[in-house]
Design a protein around this ligand. Structure first.
Ligand code: ASP
Length: 455
């Protein structure tokens, strides 16, 4: 790797053609010895995979525990002054059974003693949770014959808890360049005072992306237990197709509306550095997976729709006032009233004398009366009402810009399924069409739209 130059210069430089691959393996890909062996096969089969980011062991079967959940339980029990012996033993035996199964020469006894002591002596909730990745990283490094790098000194958070991107880029790059191959546990970093801080749940995806950015990898591989992103949620749609290429923007729209697989925040570090992400299946490495790229690198698509996603649990405040359109600042005052209650608004469909604000029902819960009162006193509407039970469906696709009649197809499909559309929202980017339907119509509307565009 080249010597110290700024991130901006490095992004522009041809150095990135080095072709390093960063591979992140999720908890479901590292839950037992058999999975570790599959991971090793994948890593050893491609010499470009130089840095590996593991999650903590996930569930081995439906009713199993995730190690991270057990560690949170340890923390809660210890904070309540209860013994953590039994739960902590469940954690250590998970690791010991993996070590035994792999037949590696690794003894984590001292680590266990230290971690248990630290949890019992107020090392904190994030510290407890982070040990899942830390210990798994130790095992994986030993099994692969890679160096182990504890991310705490290099992945940094500010005092307000926000991730420090620039400092991290440089600290991490300067450390990684000393290692030909390394395992860097996911999910955590540290605060300025050195205490451990984790990302939100599923955050090893973010670590993988941060590592990929630091070394300007040619690809960030994210290995999980599915073939890639599906066009729709398989719990709602039977057997949806896998998406072969999706743009960061499309992914953001779909993830926001509830499509899982990748942590939402993990696209930011790689996106600005122009590094593609590929989602792969550890159990079926031969499957093509889903490639996530920027708009400029996205191949032409003949698909109008890339995917659909939806969520229940929205409320709509409808405001009516004659001559609303002539009142300067009307919209701002409505939004200010909502902001004062510290609530985000989701959508804002409006007419000439009407304005609707879509909000998350959970988020407004006990604030709803106060929000309505504030709106009434600031804009004095003729009528105002609030209705719950709205589900939103986002139909997303970069192919929409070129295709005519997409909205027509969405509306026709829902009408044929006897579903009433209560709200429509399409941004001028033409990347998505969002419709609001009654929660009771959610599943039929999703199915009707999926089947229309699957063809
Ligand atoms: N182990 C953490 C969790 O369960 C982080 C991760 O798996 O990405 O949320």
């Amino acid at each position: 790797m080249k010597e110290d130059i700024s991130m901006a210069e490095r992004i522009k430089s041809p150095f990135r053609m080095d072709g390093i691959i960063v591979a992140k393996f999720g908890g479901s890909s590292l839950s037992n010895g058999e999975h570790f062996r599959k991971v090793k096969e994948i890593v050893k089969s491609d010499p470009k995979i130089k840095y590996v980011v593991p999650s903590a062991p996930g569930k081995r079967f439906e009713k199993d525990d995730k190690v991270t959940d057990l560690l949170y339980e340890c923390y809660s029990a210890s904070s309540a002054g209860k013994s953590i012996d039994d739960i902590f033993f469940s954690v250590t035996s998970r690791y010991d059974s993996i070590i035994q199964d792999l037949g590696i020469d690794l003894d984590l006894t001292e680590e266990y003693t230290h971690i248990k002591w630290a949890i019992m002596h107020h090392a904190g909730r994030d510290y407890a949770a982070s040990r899942g990745e830390y210990l798994n990283g130790k095992i994986l490094a030993s099994f692969l014959g890679f160096d182990f790098i504890d991310p705490a000194p290099y992945i940094k958070f500010a005092d307000d808890g926000l991730f420090e991107s620039e400092i991290t880029d440089s600290l991490l790059y300067n450390e990684l360049k000393k290692h030909e191959h390394a395992v860097i546990p996911g999910f955590y970093g540290s605060m300025p005072n050195g205490t451990i801080k984790t990302f939100s749940r599923g955050g090893s995806d973010i670590t993988g992306s941060i590592v990929a950015r630091a070394v300007l990898a040619s690809v960030y591989q994210n290995w999980t237990d599915v073939d890639g992103f599906l066009m729709a949620d398989p719990r709602i749609i039977d057997n949806p197709k896998t998406i072969s290429t999706i743009t960061y923007k499309e992914l953001r729209e779909l993830s926001y509306m509830g499509a899982g697989v990748l942590h939402e925040e993990s696209i930011f570090p790689v996106r600005t550095a122009g590094i593609p992400i590929v989602i792969k299946n550890t159990n079926r490495p031969e499957a093509e997976g889903t490639l996530i790229v920027s708009d400029v690198n996205a191949p032409e698509t003949s698909n109008v729709i890339t995917g659909i996603a939806g969520k229940k649990g929205f409320s709509v405040i409808s405001i009516e006032k004659a001559m609303m359109n002539t009142e300067t600042g009307f919209g701002r005052r409505v939004l200010e009233a909502i902001e004062k209650e510290d609530v985000n608004f989701e959508h804002l469909p409006s007419g000439i004398d009407t304005m609707s604000v879509v909000l998350s029902t959970d988020e407004i819960s006990e604030k709803r009366d106060r929000i309505l009162d504030r709106i009434c006193s600031t804009v004095e509407p003729d009528t105002i009402s609030i209705e719950d039970g709205l589900a939103l469906i986002a139909v997303v696709g970069r192919g929409m810009v070129k295709a005519k009649g997409t909205a027509l197809r969405v509306f026709k499909a829902t009408a044929d399924a006897d579903v009433n559309i209560k709200m429509i929202d399409q941004g001028s980017s033409e990347l998505n069409i969002i419709i609001g339907v009654d929660e009771s119509d959610f599943v039929s509307a999703m199915n009707a739209i999926y089947r229309e565009f699957e063809k």
